[in-house]
Design a protein around this ligand. Structure first.
Ligand SMILES: *Cc1c(COP(=O)(O)O)cnc(C)c1O
Length: 352
């Protein structure tokens, strides 16, 4: 750290992204990307002609993109916010809805970025332990008087909570935002976006990074009541009004127009997930009932870190977290069926 850094930030423990090594070609099952490229329509629309217009600023209101997203979900454009990845929206939400008097609450085992935003803004964060089986007790989120952030499906467990449980949390916290992070919802969860018509305190956040094969484009979106969306716009126009670049905007519009292509890929990933889960169980693994594009598994024969290292030696990358409660587990992104067959063969080779 330089002597110029604000002392407020000196102790900040920043988020660590999954490794993106360049030393060799790995089967990359470590950052929950899609193994499939974006749709042919996305490739076609992000054309040379569009690149040629990069001298012009993009539409700060993302009018067409928001219209398309609203139409796809039966909402109005004023209920839609778009930004440079959903991490950006999470950041805006912590900025907009928390301060020294308004804290946040989230689980101990969940997306690792939530505590980082909390620390960045000096927000008091209540960390609520999941139960022994990694499920969440919704009653622990009742009447908290702070912004609540829940990933559904959760990361890195892939477990879901029900719409009824989310309603209970929304109803018992009418004066605080309840943010449901649905980064993985397309892989078997159920989105609660229709509830934004009923609950003013609900913010639903989704991303193009996982099910829509556009992690590299950086595009996230959120649904909420008009006032909540305006709050996010206040932050956007106070930091970076052109928060989505022209090419990403075009890619996003084309992605919505090729929904069937993505849903096809989602089904392939679900099939590969169920195959891999069942093979891992046969090999003695404990595997959570994941509804995401990853599995969360621990072996009865080998430690989590050791398995991660052995797989890496064999050219397969998975994600290992050293946090005490989950250090025997690995998070395995679900790739193509072919990749998962190679993964299962490597695991069997390591264990037997
Ligand atoms: C991947 C992920 C995000 C961030 O997605 P981007 O849109 O790529 O920024 C947010 N929340 C969870 C739970 C994620 O796993």
């Amino acid at each position: 750290m330089s002597r110029y850094l604000s002392p407020r930030l000196a102790a900040l423990d920043a988020y660590t992204p999954g490794e993106q090594p360049r030393d060799m070609q790995y089967i990359k099952l470590n950052t929950n990307e899609s193994p499939f490229p974006p749709s042919p329509l996305v490739l076609e629309k992000v054309s040379e002609a569009e690149v040629g217009r990069l001298n012009l600023y993009p539409d700060p209101e993302a009018t067409v993109l928001r219209q398309k997203l609203a139409a796809l979900h039966g909402l109005k454009p004023e209920n839609v916010f778009v930004s440079n990845g959903s991490d950006d929206i999470l950041n805006f939400a912590f900025m907009a809805f928390c301060d020294e008097n308004r804290g946040a609450a989230f689980a101990d085992i969940t997306y690792g970025f939530y505590p980082v935003y909390g620390d960045l803004y000096g927000i008091d964060c209540k960390v609520i332990p999941l139960k022994g089986d990694f499920t969440l007790d919704p009653t622990e989120y009742h009447g908290l008087g702070r912004m609540i952030v829940i990933a559904n499906p959760n990361a890195p467990t892939g477990l879901t909570i029900s719409e009824a449980d989310i309603r209970g949390i929304l109803e018992s916290n009418p004066d605080n935002v309840v943010l449901i992070d649905e980064a993985y919802v397309d892989f078997g969860g159920k989105s609660v976006y229709p509830l934004v018509k009923e609950y003013d305190n609900l913010l639903v956040v989704q991303t193009y990074s996982k099910s829509r094969s556009m992690a590299g484009a950086r595009l996230g979106f959120a649904f909420g009541c008009t006032e909540l969306i305006r709050d996010l716009e206040l932050i956007k126009y106070s930091t970076n009004p052109y928060n989505i670049n022209r090419l990403t905007m075009i890619a996003g519009e084309a992605a919505i127009d090729s929904n069937d292509y993505f849903m096809d890929n989602v089904n392939k990933i679900i099939e590969a997930r169920e195959y891999t889960a069942s093979e891992l169980r046969k090999l003695g693994f404990t595997v959570t009932d994941s509804k995401a594009n990853f599995l969360f598994a621990k072996s009865d024969r080998i430690g989590g870190e050791e398995l991660y290292l052995e797989l890496k030696k064999r050219g397969i990358l998975v994600r290992h977290f050293s946090k005490e409660r989950i250090k025997e587990y690995n998070r395995i992104t679900v790739g193509t069926m072919e990749q998962m067959e190679k993964f299962v063969a490597a695991v069997a080779d390591i264990l037997y």
